[in-house]
Design a protein around this ligand. Sequence first.
Ligand code: PGA
Length: 275
Amino acid sequence: MNTHSRKKPRGVLIAGNWKMNHGVAETEGFFSEFIKATSNLNKSDSSELGVCVIPPLLRLEQASGLAKKSPFPIAVAAQNVHWEKKGAFTGEISGPMLKELGVDWALVGHSERRQFFGETDETARKRTESLLEQGFRVILCIGESRAEREANKTTEILTRQLLGALPAAGQGAAGFLDGRLVLAYEPVWAIGTGLTASPEQAEEAHQVIRKLLWDRFGLEAAARTQILYGGSATPENADALLSCANVDGLLVGGASLKAESFAKLVAAGAKVIAL
Ligand code: PGA
């Protein structure tokens, strides 16, 4: 029997990207408060409601230890990983190193990595392919800038970024078919700006992304892949965004830093899967 909710056939994932925030004490405080604030969640809902925290690299070990204390499963993801498994890559970390910490989720292609650290569609593709091959779950981010949206280039940019960062059809398609690849639509103009895409803008972009998946990988991959929205998502706008048919969750920056507001976002996810 399919136990997924009618409104959310792919379930809902709420992921919090801490970026370069939270030291040891803040990480400890976040988890103890968040675990208390989510104590009403039912573990049996975890097949439909995913929760993921994405702390800075130096806090991954601590965060994965603290996450294990939560009765409701909390996944912990890395913000960046090299595609090679080892070698002369000063400053980088690899998939096997993360696995030793019990971390098997990673973010790829975030716009801040693209803007400030030279991430391209090509390097995002190398990371995605390698991580899927190593058994990771990958949250791959794409999204247009304000100038690109104003020039009506949103579909063009999403097409270039998505197809440029995904493995060719056939290769790595298992990553879609078993749900390990999650996409995040993050319009750059909405990230950290307080400007949120309207539910209509988000739904339109998510439909474009799902159609691209369908064309390249087929109906099953398109139907199963979760597509998150990111860009100034807050407890105030979460219900409206999550009510969109093709929005399968949220990738949250600023509002994920405080346990109280992240717990509210998770509660919004729990509410929509119960419909
Ligand atoms: P924001 O960040 O929620 O602070 O806009 C989102 C993100 O960059 O993932």
